[in-house]
Design a protein around this ligand. Structure first.
Ligand SMILES: [Zn+2]
Length: 456
């Protein structure tokens, strides 16, 4: 009953007894008296399915030993095989390598008389399972031997809920106003980034940012950033080494050696400097290693890619001083969110590599927050990186963005400038979430998808 359990766990429903609840559709006998190695029915396989790609046939002789059946298919799944009476015989996930079959392929997978079994479709199902496990194993080895860093998450946005922390979270009821939706009932939300999820996703480090909305009163921006950053620091110190702050490559290496997930600190929106260059020194000493020059809307530093009034025609005089000072102290300049003129002003001015901590490719999705090919080339020329964002509206113009969309954007950067200049900035807890990689523990699914694309 594995397929039925999968369907139920993911929210679908079952016929508890086919002969009673499916009686009006005149069900066939689904509890065969014959031996299990005997086929008594035929499953029709949906041709554009994963199952079809495995068994490679439209009609598959099957055995049948069950009295329950899948009724309503769980969200995110589809039915991909049917018996002659319409009973669902196989389901598969739209986004994950999950396949359930109602019959018992383990009794139909014997090698034939000649000892051959390569063409046995039932056996191929197990072959697929083994191949998937090998890919997962390869992905885990890659993560083990690399430093896996997610360059942008907004988890501190939820610090106003006292139970939210960077170590381990239960689901909590949140106000949809946190996501900009007013007058909606409370929402059950699962924090997407914490030490536990990082371990599960084999992610070594995340940049957690103090995000300062552009609407924050000018005399509160610095204090808010300071408070959020100190909350991260306090929680890390109190975590009993379950998570640790790092401010350098050496500290990241040390944490990885000791099996401790790492938090790097960042600031999203240079308005946190409150117009004072000395605050760059202060935040650097606190551990901050990048500042996103602006958010949505122009600030004291520069014009934004969104909601811009062309206040400065690019980078302001203060913004120029900020970039030079960040270069001088060794803080990364993050050009995600900046308008195009601000971007080119920054490229011309910065003497150090610049990064886009969470941005995608405009050539694939025409969104003002995305980067043109010329911008991507300029970031690469500076020695910086383009970190693909898992925010669905940057990735695709469909309702659901998937791991495949993220992979498309990653491949685009690779083809333009090479693999050294691309990464991932998930934007988890700040709107980032795609089907197949909904939170930090699923980030490794992107690695698996890249392996399938031939990356190694
Ligand atoms: Zn952002």
């Amino acid at each position: 009953r594995g397929m039925q359990v999968i369907n139920t766990v993911f929210g679908g429903s079952l016929y508890q007894d086919i002969n009673v609840q499916y009686a009006d559709k005149k069900p066939m006998c689904h509890s065969q008296n014959e031996e299990r190695s005997v086929t008594t029915q035929t499953a029709s396989v949906v041709t554009d399915s994963l199952l079809y790609s495995i068994v490679n046939c439209n009609t598959l002789p099957i055995n049948s030993i069950h009295h329950q059946a899948v009724k309503r298919i769980a969200d995110g799944f589809r039915a991909v095989a049917f018996a002659d009476d319409g009973i669902c015989e196989a389901i598969e996930s739209l986004y994950y390598p999950i396949l359930g079959v109602q019959w018992h392929p383990e009794h139909l997978s014997e090698a034939d008389a000649a000892g051959e079994h390569f063409d046995n479709p039932h056996r191929k199902i197990f072959g697929w399972l083994v191949d998937e496990a090998k890919i997962f194993s390869r992905a885990k080895r890659i993560h083990h031997s690399s430093y896996v860093i997610d360059s942008h998450c907004d988890t501190p946005m939820f610090f106003h809920y006292p139970q939210v922390n960077i170590v381990e979270n239960d689901k909590l009821w949140v106000d949809p106003a946190d996501f900009g939706e007013k007058d909606e009932p409370p929402l059950l939300y699962e924090i997407k980034v914490d030490a536990r999820k990082m371990r599960q996703g084999r992610v070594d480090a995340v940049f957690m940012v103090a995000y300062i909305p552009q609407s924050t009163p000018a005399d509160e921006t610095y204090g808010k950033a300071d408070r959020l950053l100190n909350t991260i620091i306090t929680q890390a110190k109190g975590s009993g080494n379950r998570i640790s702050i790092a401010t350098s490559y050496a500290e990241l290496c040390n944490n990885k050696r000791n099996g401790i997930p790492t938090v790097f600190l960042g600031i999203e929106n240079g308005c946190a400097l409150a117009g004072n260059l000395d605050n760059i020194d202060y935040f650097y000493r606190l551990g901050v290693r990048y500042i996103t020059l602006c958010h949505n809307g122009d600030n004291l530093l520069c014009d934004s890619a969104m909601q811009s009034l062309d206040t400065h025609n690019g980078l302001s005089e203060f913004g120029r001083q900020v970039v030079l000072k960040m270069n001088a102290v060794g803080m990364m300049v993050d050009v995600s969110h900046v308008g195009e003129k601000s971007f080119w002003d920054t490229v011309a001015l910065s003497t150090k590599p610049i990064i886009a901590s969470h941005s995608c490719c405009k050539a694939l999705r025409n969104h003002p927050r995305n980067l043109t090919d010329e911008q991507i080339r300029a970031i690469a020329r500076s020695g910086g990186v383009v970190q693909i964002c898992l925010y669905k509206h940057f990735l695709a113009d469909t309702d659901v963005a998937t791991v495949a969309d993220a992979v498309r954007h990653i491949k685009h950067v690779v083809e333009l400038v090479g693999v050294d200049y691309v990464g991932i900035g998930s934007d988890f807890d700040g709107g980032g979430e795609i089907a197949g990689a909904t939170s930090e523990n699923q980030l490794i699914n992107i690695t698996k998808a890249l392996i399938k694309e031939g990356f190694d």
